[in-house]
Design a protein around this ligand. Sequence first.
Ligand SMILES: Cc1cc2nc3c(=O)[nH]c(=O)nc-3n(C[C@H](O)[C@H](O)[C@H](O)COP(=O)(O)OP(=O)(O)OC[C@H]3O[C@@H](n4cnc5c(N)ncnc54)[C@H](O)[C@@H]3O)c2cc1C
Length: 548
Amino acid sequence: MSFAESVDYLVIGAGVAGLRAAISLADHGQVLVITKESLGESNTHYAQGGIAVALEGREDVALHLEDTIAAGDGLVHRAAAEVLVSEGPERVAELIEWGAAFDREDDRPSGRLLRTREAAHSHPRILHANGDATGAEISRSLSVTAQNHPRIKFAEWTMATALIVEEDAEGHRVVAADLISADLSASPNHPRRVTARAILLASGGAGQVYSDTTNPAVATGDGIALAAQVGAELADMEFYQFHPTALSLPGVPRFLLSEALRGEGAYLRNHLGERFMERYHPQLELAPRDVVARAIAREGMSADPALSFPVYLDMRHVSKERKGIDLTQRFPGISRFLAAHGLSLQHDLIPVRPAAHYLMGGIRTDLNGRTTVKGLYAAGEAACTGVHGANRLASNSLLEGLVFGARAAEAMLSDRLPEAHAIATSAEAPKQMDANEEAQVEEIITRLQRSMWATAGLLRQESTLREGISTHAEIESSLAYYTGQGKSSRRLFEACALASVAGSILRAALARTESRGAHFRNDHPVRDDEKFRKHSVERNGQVRFEQW
Ligand SMILES: Cc1cc2nc3c(=O)[nH]c(=O)nc-3n(C[C@H](O)[C@H](O)[C@H](O)COP(=O)(O)OP(=O)(O)OC[C@H]3O[C@@H](n4cnc5c(N)ncnc54)[C@H](O)[C@@H]3O)c2cc1C
């Protein structure tokens, strides 16, 4: 019999939340950070617009709190939002000390930090880096800090596929995780078991559950599925934020066109060339994301179906009206991507459509990253503290990763957890999938993504959700055919994780018979505070509602 490797702390995920947590943990023990692909491949890396933070003192912090609560449509957990906005400035200052170079008025490090405005923010408070590459700069500075720490080890292209629990007098406790190679060509793919005093799930969101998403391929909700499997509670899974403006070109990924474009004055126009947002919200293009996304969907649906790009983002007036703004310089990454497809912000209408972007729900945690299972912690997009309520305020999630990543580390360090101890590795050799089986799993994933878009997307109702649940049941049984034979591969595991997350979204969306924030029910279009000013909580597939 062979025994598992052992570390003090295992961090699953190397986005903003995982890296920030690892840096604190490493002052007190050996940390292993694993990431499914290379270090930079995360939602964090792709974040464009910026990080929201109140740097002007108490009044500014109070305004940030107000905006966060207003965007969350009656469901923000106030204590979590207070933590976010009040600890945010310190976390961002620390990040700047670690080398994050946010854009400044002039090139001197002491130059005033530039701030932009995004939807539903009452004033400009969004810091950005290299114009529209904020996430990459945050990821870079945290990665360098972590890599310089002698007690942090990284394992890239390594994915967690199971959490191992042990029973003790106080119930069950997570003590280890099984890891496989995430390199698709790896064969045979023997799991490696790593025990740890505490495990942090910082594995990000699950945008890949929908056919249209701004999220990279790694965002398959693995951590959420792993937590659910060991009986952890999930919360608010019905609230998926759809970003209103992803590039809509056939055959081109749904590249995000940051809200900062509208913050800098971009208009939305329908196929008739009309600015239509005045029909939907007084804040026009800077209305909350859910409102803008639904407005675009409705304008798109009312247009001639033969028109493939019925809604456009229009920035052509901005350079003329605002002397001194150079759109190519302000948005270099977006401009480069558009140019590669023959489009320019200065001269063209840019076709847009909504795409799945951010999961407000996730693994239920307290304000210190504790899940409902001992030894298991979660932070960042994988977690749900209730800080975003039913709808996240733009640019609050990078800040969430920093603040709650640091807090989860504090809890992992201060909770009285037994040391990692020797446990046996799994004796079973995995059975590899052949090429034909892998192709079938890809088909299953595509079917799930399309079904989720059609049945549990921007506009939902009981009939579509029930249809989604029935497709989901068929998908689960197709996957069980492979898992039942002890087969293992990266894509099979991701398909199972996506199916698990999809099931939770469908069940919670069906149970919430009202409309609130990102969750819109055609058959229950009105918000119902009396019944539903509550968070949905799911455990072992059963949904209930709770007030926090
Ligand atoms: C295109 C885009 C633009 C955005 N723009 C902004 C913005 O301007 N401002 C803002 O605040 N937010 C923005 N967001 C949202 C924000 O980037 C994310 O919510 C945030 O970065 C999530 O950080 P995280 O650390 O929780 O997860 P991530 O950054 O997604 O990191 C997850 C990590 O977990 C790893 N992982 C996943 N599964 C496994 C597994 N099974 N085993 C091992 N590792 C695993 C991944 O490889 C990755 O390293 C944007 C998101 C996208 C997609």
